[in-house]
Design a protein around this ligand. Structure first.
Ligand code: SF4
Length: 247
């Protein structure tokens, strides 16, 4: 049976005992839940029961990453949105459709892409009948990070693309500024190539059609630069560099 959607009218959750170590509650981080068998299937199954931060109470379900273990590129967003929370899949809402379009326009191979989020539960606040997105805080990002690291360790991609400031700062460092450093691939401990760029939802929020078109072009251009760097890496004309600091 699919999980029941949490809605703004829901009464507060009843008091319950805290600290179930099997669900990561006591630790405040998902580390104790990471299975020794680090396959994506085992990770997904374990993450479904995660309670390492309080977001599990608000979200309908854990929304884990999706794609092949053999993926060359991992896209990392911030967190699932309203639609993703209901359907249980990442990037299935309007921002996901825009991302799919940008991937196709940039000429990246869709089947070699894995898509996930920094935080795996939807954080929201009620505004009337609506569920409005809220940015995850540092504790929530820290608690959830082991899932992302485990996904990257299972896949060992050639490239990681951080979509928006939350993903970029979680993986590329707190000092990373998407506005200044977007679209430049560099080496990290997570992958030979990593790049920060905007989150597609920011394009949807552009004030008018002209601004939206310009933002979309810049986004596709970032992904084209990544494709060129990937091609160089595959040809071996760009040696896999050691981890370096962002430019
Ligand atoms: S957001 Fe991450 S750490 Fe928090 S409960 Fe969900 S899966 Fe666990």
């Amino acid at each position: 049976m699919p999980p029941r959607r949490r809605v703004p009218d829901d009464p507060p959750a009843p008091a319950r005992p805290r600290g179930d170590p099997a669900r990561g509650e006591a630790a405040g981080t998902a580390v104790p839940l990471i299975p020794a068998d680090g396959s994506l299937a085992a990770l997904r199954a374990a993450a479904a029961a995660c309670r390492a931060c309080d977001l599990w109470e608000r979200g309908t379900q854990t929304v884990f990453g999706e794609g092949e273990r053999s993926a060359d590129v991992v896209f990392v967003g911030e967190q699932p949105g309203d639609r993703e929370d209901l359907e249980g899949h990442p990037f299935v809402g309007p921002a996901g459709k825009l991302l799919e379009r940008a991937i196709a326009e940039a000429g990246l191979e869709r089947r070699s892409i894995y898509i996930t989020n920094t935080v795996k539960h939807f954080k929201w606040e009620a505004r009337g009948k609506k569920r409005i997105h809220q940015k995850p805080n540092a504790n929530e990002i820290r608690a959830c990070r082991p899932w992302l690291e485990a996904e990257l360790a299972a896949i060992r991609p050639l490239a990681v693309v951080c979509l928006g400031a939350t993903a970029a700062q979680a993986l590329l460092g707190k000092e990373f500024k998407v506005t200044r450093q977007r679209g430049v691939p560099f080496a990290t401990v997570f992958a030979p190539l990593a790049m920060g760029t905007v989150h597609p939802s920011s394009i949807l929020r552009a004030p008018d059609e002209e601004a939206r078109r310009a933002e979309m072009e810049a986004f596709v251009e970032d992904l084209r630069r990544l494709r060129a760097a990937l091609e160089r890496a595959r040809r071996g004309t760009s040696p896999r560099p050691e981890a370096a600091q962002p430019p």
